[in-house]
Design a protein around this ligand. Structure first.
Ligand SMILES: Cc1cc2nc3c(=O)[nH]c(=O)nc-3n(C[C@H](O)[C@H](O)[C@H](O)COP(=O)(O)OP(=O)(O)OC[C@H]3O[C@@H](n4cnc5c(N)ncnc54)[C@H](O)[C@@H]3O)c2cc1C
Length: 466
């Protein structure tokens, strides 16, 4: 263990003017976004501060029944991850309590005995509002530490970027400073024996049973189980067996040559920094595959974070660029050969077997291959009565079924369907100048029947285990 980790100054931002309180019992790390015990700059910062003050660290997470758009599927994955995180923290001498309640209230409650409150940094509106509430109401120092991206957003750019091509060089020029190891700091004062009320994470089923949440979207643990060790194992397998084929196959949905890290990243159970460093360290000579993966993990993912951070309308049709809304509006009266109700869509009952397979993958497993997400979204635009209604439907279904839904990537991905971060294409019916995708394109470019067959095996597995 080294004494101090690499926590770059730009990651650290005081959220209020209060001083550290000296008659305190611990440093509080209010965990919401980065739900992990390693490669977590906020956690290491809290440990460092606590050591300096002669205190220990307590971690708290507020589990609310009202988390925007969350359902049983999401809560199950979250609790699977938290159970492991709490155990790993205890091994480091850090007590973690998970408490029912609104996250800022829970943070403020335990913050009453804290020298300072350290928080991590999600970029969505409600997360920012929660942090503002804590910063305003706490009577100790509140410090935010950004650990969800490789390069802090404000270092990269002070505005919403147009596209991957504009943000790429701005990220790349800082990678040497930010793509660096983060070692755990030794905890000098353990808190594991202090007594704190919290939920019994050994009984996740009881916790879930006691919550007022939407249970219609069921858990998918037979496909994806939450937790840092599960994520690391999946990622090791990916590097060992499939990374070499990533560049060639990441647009081939019949294959599995992708990482499946998105849900672990979404819940903060794995760090993007850890993933990027593992890729860089991989010893086989496969630079194009590594570069292709890092392009998605860093450039595309951090473009999405930039989008939700600087475009406050990210969750509504109004977020789209003017040219995109204009062209879609000019084509709003175009004849639609097919229109489907939300129910038909969710039940995968369209005329298109490829689209239906994608919808089933999403519904039964909580995941969908990126190439099919693109096709899936484009067809909702084509089959809806208006682009505004299509946008709403796409986003709602996305966030309802995907384990990685409700993420910066969800908003950027859905907005991309409608022209965000893209350019104008030759004009055609309904789409106007928005890029379109056709079933014949899938047939030409990949083994789409292989994908349909793959999804059938998922559906059989899901039905068998239900
Ligand atoms: C309509 C639509 C909706 C989407 N909804 C979501 C969503 O709800 N949640 C979500 O996390 N992603 C979403 N994406 C982005 C992308 O499809 C997923 O991140 C990716 O498919 C996840 O699979 P993976 O982890 O195996 O990715 P890999 O190909 O292994 O890539 C590694 C990581 O890079 C990042 N990444 C990959 N592709 C993209 C991309 N196009 N944009 C931004 N980051 C990317 C992800 O964090 C991913 O985990 C959406 C894309 C589209 C077109």
């Amino acid at each position: 263990m080294i004494q101090y980790p690499n926590i770059q100054d730009a990651r650290i931002q005081p959220l209020n003017d209060f001083d550290v309180r000296f008659d305190a019992d611990y440093v509080l790390y209010w965990m919401q976004q980065a739900q992990r015990a390693e490669y977590n700059h906020a956690l290491e910062f809290a440990v460092q501060q606590a050591n300096d003050l002669g205190l220990g660290v307590v971690v708290v997470l507020g589990l609310t029944d009202d988390y925007p758009e969350a359902n049983l599927r999401h809560y199950t994955f979250l609790l699977e991850g938290l159970t492991e995180t709490r155990t790993l923290l205890a091994k480091r001498g850090i007590k973690m309590a998970v408490r029912r309640g609104s996250p800022p209230d829970v943070a403020l409650e335990l913050g009453q005995n804290a020298a300072m409150i350290v928080c991590d940094c999600g970029y969505l509106k409600h997360q920012r509002i929660w942090r503002d509430q804590v910063a305003r109401k706490a009577d100790c120092r509140v410090v935010q530490v950004e650990s969800d991206v490789i390069v802090p957003l404000a270092v990269v750019s002070k505005k919403a970027e147009y596209a991957a091509r504009t943000i790429r060089p701005k990220i790349q020029k800082h990678l040497d400073d930010y793509l660096i190891e983060l070692k755990p700091i030794k905890v000098q004062n353990s808190t594991v024996n202090i007594s704190l009320d919290g939920l019994d994470l050994k009984r996740p089923a009881d916790i879930l049973a006691g919550m007022q949440i939407d249970r219609k979207v069921i858990a998918v643990s037979q496909f994806y189980t939450g937790g840092t060790s599960r994520a690391k194992k999946l990622f090791d397998d990916f590097i060992r067996s499939r990374l070499t084929r990533y560049q060639r196959n990441h647009n081939q949905p019949q294959t599995d040559d992708i990482s499946h890290m998105s849900m672990y990243l979404h819940f903060g159970q794995i760090s993007p920094l850890y993933l990027a460093l593992q890729i860089k360290k991989a010893d086989r000579p496969m630079e194009p595959a590594k570069d292709a993966f890092l392009e998605e993990l860093i450039v595309r993912r951090e473009l999405a974070a930039n989008f939700v951070y600087y475009n406050t309308q990210y969750d509504s049709y109004q977020c789209l660029p003017d040219w995109a809304r204009r062209t879609l509006s000019e084509h709003r009266k175009d004849r639609r050969t097919y229109t489907y109700s939300r129910r038909k869509l969710e039940n995968a009952k369209t005329h298109d077997p490829y689209w239906n397979a994608a919808m089933e993958e999403m519904k039964y497993t909580g995941f969908m291959h990126n190439y099919m997400r693109m096709y899936w979204g484009k067809k909702i635009l084509e089959w809806s009565s208006s682009p505004e209604a299509a946008f709403r439907t796409t986003l709602e279904i996305n966030n309802k079924y995907f384990l990685d839904g409700r993420d910066s990537n969800s908003y950027a991905g859905v907005a991309w369907i409608y022209g965000m971060h893209d350019r104008a294409w030759p004009e055609r019916a309904i789409y106007g100048k928005i890029r379109c995708m056709m079933a014949s394109g899938l047939e030409r470019k990949c083994d789409i029947q292989g994908y349909v067959d793959k999804v059938k095996t998922y559906v059989r597995k899901a039905e068998y285990t239900m």
